[in-house]
Design a protein around this ligand. Structure first.
Ligand SMILES: [Fe+2]
Ligand SMILES: [Fe+2]
Length: 174
């Protein structure tokens, strides 16, 4: 995600482009979860490989996006747009929830990879599908909430010099 800065004009566009990529991966995860349910054992290995790739994307790109928000964007907005304080508090709590659920999801997938030949691996698979579906749902909701609240207000309410300052900090932080 690092090289795209040059052709983007606003901070919100920059962040929304991250969201676009995350949304595509999240939609793909949703498809894989469906495949895990219906394609059965012959495709288990292939589907698990795709799940692992998704987890890797989440651990790298999404965690980096979350870190940018928590460490740079949110503190700056709390100072300059005080009415955002409570929504930012909520969004931050959702980040923490996402990180916890991602870890649990990863351990479930590891457990399944170790035991996929055992007859009762279906239970673990079921848990993976449940938690995976929850992750998909909560990521979509979270990004939509950000698009409609904090991202919108970055462009609407920050002064040009504040935007410049925030942009500078984003570059330092990345
Ligand atoms: Fe976020
Ligand atoms: Fe975000």
């Amino acid at each position: 995600m690092g090289q795209k800065q040059a052709h983007l004009n606003t901070i919100a566009e920059f962040l929304e482009e991250d969201h676009e990529e995350i949304l595509q991966r999240t939609n793909r995860l949703n498809d894989i979860l469906t495949n895990l349910r219906y394609e059965g054992k012959p495709s288990l290995g292939k589907n698990l490989k795709e799940v692992r790739e998704t987890i890797q994307f989440f651990n790298q790109e999404v965690i980096q996006h979350v870190k940018l928000e928590d460490e740079t964007i949110f503190p700056f907005l709390e100072t300059h747009i005080p009415k955002l304080e409570s929504v930012i508090h909520l969004l931050h709590a959702e980040h923490e929830g996402f990180k916890r659920n991602l870890k649990s999801f990863e351990s479930l997938v590891k457990e399944l990879e170790k035991n996929s030949s055992e007859p009762n691996h279906g239970k673990t698979l079921e848990k993976i599908r449940e938690l995976g579906t929850y992750l998909v749902y909560s990521i979509r909701n979270h990004m939509q909430a950000e698009d409609e609240s904090v991202y919108k207000l970055i462009d609407q309410e920050l002064r040009p010099n504040e935007k410049q300052e925030l942009m500078k900090r984003m570059k330092k932080g990345s």
